[in-house]
Design a protein around this ligand. Structure first.
Ligand code: ADP
Ligand code: ZN
Length: 715
């Protein structure tokens, strides 16, 4: 018997090995093997089996095989784990994504299973567990020994370490009890649980659904296609997910809930854990390797039936998958921007199709791709137009910054309207959130004499000035310099700071309201572990009046005492060189606005803009997604842009190709970036062309070439 194995070398091919007779019966597709490779041993997944009689148990990797003749083949070394890491259906998903994104199958496998699970030293944690003996030996007892023994009986046993700590004793004393036959001491697996204490919180009961929620759940239960759950912020989408999951669990099936990494907060996880307890597993980047190992195995063994995680959760080895939920389906973080460049939302739809599972895509601001799939009947629609709890949708006001009103100072960061509104909140002891999509102090440092900007030498963008540490930082490569005193181009001591970042806005706000307690949240203030949660918890506890931040504060957060949301510059995302700029702006404004008035207190939103008649801004202020989508889709159709075509980037770094153009970000990390935009009615045409190109003209070693199928943005 022969076996074809995918080894993690990104060579985009499979390797063939012989299977020793004694292993033949045990071998299965999806298993992890160790195999000889050159002078070392490598690990790889079984993609295909070829039985002696010529039948192939394939996962469809037709072009696999090393092409060597059987007599030259080496035998595999060992089966690492007889339990397959991938079901045949999961492998089908892996293969489909590899074909769709033109990424090597190994790179998809790698994305699909955590390294912490595959690496050679990965294992469950074993510790000594002490349990009282069933029939304790009749031995002479000292008072101390008797006490210790009684305590262990009372506790029903425990981990060695834990007993030593709690009973103020030592391993030596415990081992003596073992030697006397009073207790048994044996290694036992100790689960590393990322949810820890959270598992002990009180279980929540399903809420009685309102009309809109009940109708939505009905659509989901009856659907034979993916369902878009289009519900305004606060309409209670999560409760609908929870009850849809409960139904699946009742009929013995499992579920995956995908959320953008940024909204994978303890709050979110708690809502699932308090409904389904131990059945919930989480998978995300902040877990320790041990926690990830244990959670993944709990999923594979079927102990955990509900998985909550970011985009990689789409590969979770849930058995009998009944439902996949993609929350905030429009979120750009679902598109991975490194190999494999897959969109996890689309992967979820594919997984649902392969497994015969329901798929629910939830959003208050659906992506135009999904909206169009509803329009053409590929997806079903469930709509929820009202807030579920006590809250009402906030009143939105647009402030035209290009035509200053009475009281405004020219070029100010805050309009008088917004300042008045903040003051009102301070007086009433309510809270405000202010949103500015730019971190740092000022956007650029410019010379007043020669007009030069201080640019990062590695990237084609100006440095952002950070006042706190007097540095200029590049937001692309992370490089920094001490802020120059004179212009690097002409030497004039005339450098000016232009554009407003969160640090500058914070300083300006503190000047206006010296007594206000202000918290700032952006990539700079949250670089410490947990600082993200610390800031949000402090704000929730009412330790600050104003939370000022970048898009980090925009989504998924629920603060009952926030009654004002201000957007300092709604245009900053509108002017990006990206065909999705209007869509992103609409989404951002709608999400930010959704933060106000979540509870009993009514909310107000103030949007400052220099271009208040831009369709995306007008529609966002009205909360009218349908109008925005209609308008934007007609533009996209006219220009033959997605979702009316599949747009993919063939990225070529370090070389000028005729008819190629520099990327919008021309230089990054020291690489010159050129790109060719390819548009075609189908992705497979593009991928075929790409493979053909690579085969014909493999790029020299000093160059890097990549293709980004369905490129999310053009930089
Ligand atoms: P979304 O995810 O759509 O933004 P959430 O699921 O966060 O909305 O729900 C918003 C609020 O409404 C939450 O506080 C939630 O507990 C509450 N809620 C949801 N469904 C109901 C219901 N059927 N009855 C009462 N309150 C509800
Ligand atoms: Zn740089």
């Amino acid at each position: 018997m022969l076996v074809r194995v995918a080894i993690d070398l990104a060579l985009d091919r499979l390797f063939t090995y012989e299977v020793p007779k004694e292993l033949e019966k045990k071998l299965a597709v999806g298993q992890l093997l160790s195999v000889p490779f050159g002078h070392r041993t490598a690990r790889g997944f079984v993609m295909e089996l070829e039985r002696g009689n010529g039948t192939t148990e394939t996962t469809g990797m037709g072009d696999g095989g090393s092409g060597k003749r059987p007599y030259e083949l080496k035998p595999i070394s060992a089966i690492v784990d007889e339990e397959p890491f991938f079901s045949t259906r999961l492998l089908e998903l892996v293969r489909a994504l590899s074909a769709y994104t033109a990424a090597p199958v190994e790179s998809v496998l790698k994305a699909a299973v955590p390294a912490a699970v595959v690496r050679p030293n990965a294992r469950a944690k074993e510790l000594y567990f002490i349990s009282p003996a069933l029939a304790p030996a009749p031995v002479p007892m000292t008072a101390r020994r008797q006490w210790l023994y009684d305590q262990i009986v009372r506790l029903g046993g425990g981990w060695m370490q834990q007993l030593c700590r709690e009973l103020k004793t030592t391993p030596v004393s415990l081992k003596e009890l073992g030697r006397l036959g009073l207790v048994t001491i044996a290694p036992r697996q100790k689960r590393r649980d990322p949810l820890g204490n959270m598992r002990r919180i009180l279980p929540t009961k399903p809420l009685p659904l309102n009309g809109g929620q009940a109708a939505a759940l009905g659509v989901i239960s009856a659907a034979t296609k993916p369902v878009l759950l289009f519900g305004v912020t606060g309409s209670g989408k999560t409760e609908v997910y929870l009850q849809a999951i409960a139904k699946e669990l009742e009929s013995g099936r499992g579920a995956i809930v995908m959320v953008p990494e940024i909204s994978l907060t303890p709050q979110t996880v708690r809502r699932f854990a308090s409904r389904f307890g131990d059945k919930v597993a989480v998978l995300h980047s902040a877990l320790s390797d041990g926690e990830r190992y244990d959670e993944w195995h709990r999923i594979r063994s079927g102990a955990a039936r509900v998985v909550v995680g970011p985009r990689s959760a789409v590969f979770a080895p849930v058995r009998d998958l009944g439902l996949v939920v993609v929350d905030e389906e429009h979120d750009p973080s679902y598109k991975q921007d490194d190999n494999p460049r897959y969109n996890a939302r689309d992967a979820a739809v594919l997984r649902g199709k392969i497994e015969g599972a329901r798929v629910v895509l939830g959003s208050a601001t659906p992506s135009l791709e999904t909206w169009r799939n509803v329009a053409v009947g590929k997806y079903d629609l469930a709509e929820m137009k009202c807030r579920a709890g006590a809250g009402t949708l906030p009143a939105v006001r647009l402030v035209d910054m290009s035509a200053p009103q009475r009281g405004d100072s020219p070029g100010a960061i805050f309009s008088q309207d917004l300042l008045d509104a903040v003051k009102l909140r301070l007086d009433r002891h309510e809270q405000a959130m202010l949103f500015l999509n730019r971190r740092g102090y000022s956007r650029s440092v410019t010379c007043a004499v020669c007009g030069a900007t201080v640019d990062c030498p590695e990237c084609s963008l100006p440095y952002t000035y950070h006042r706190a540490d007097a540095c200029c930082r590049c937001h692309i490569c992370g490089g920094w310099i001490l802020t120059p005193k004179v212009c690097p181009a002409c030497g004039a001591p005339a450098l000016q700071y232009k554009g407003v970042g969160t640090q500058r806005a914070e300083a300006a706000l503190a000047k206006c309201f010296p007594n206000a307690r202000i918290l700032r949240m952006d990539a700079d203030s949250t670089s410490r572990k947990n600082s993200h949660d610390d800031i949000l918890s402090a704000f929730r506890r009412g330790e600050a009046d104003v939370l000022l931040g970048t898009q980090m504060i925009a989504k998924g957060l629920d603060f009952p005492n926030v009654t004002l949301v201000g957007v300092l510059n709604a245009d900053s995302s509108l002017n990006m060189p990206d065909f999705r700029a209007a869509e992103r702006t609409f989404q951002l404004l709608a999400q930010v606005s959704g933060r106000a008035g979540r509870a009993e207190l009514p909310g107000e939103v103030i949007i400052q803009s220099y271009d208040p008649s831009a369709p995306a801004i007008v529609a966002a202020a009205r909360g009218d997604f349908a109008a925005f989508a209609k308008d934007e889709l007609s533009v996209r159709e006219e220009c033959f842009f997605p979702p009316f075509c599949h747009k993919s980037l063939m990225k070529v770094k370090g070389l000028t190709v005729s008819e190629a153009v520099p990327s919008a970000l021309e230089k990054a990390d020291g690489w010159y970036r050129w790109q060719v935009v390819v548009r075609a009615p189908s992705v497979s045409t593009i991928v075929k062309a790409w493979r053909w190109l690579l085969a014909k003209r493999p790029p020299p070693a000093a160059l890097r070439a990549a293709i980004d199928v369905d490129a999310f943005c053009l930089v």
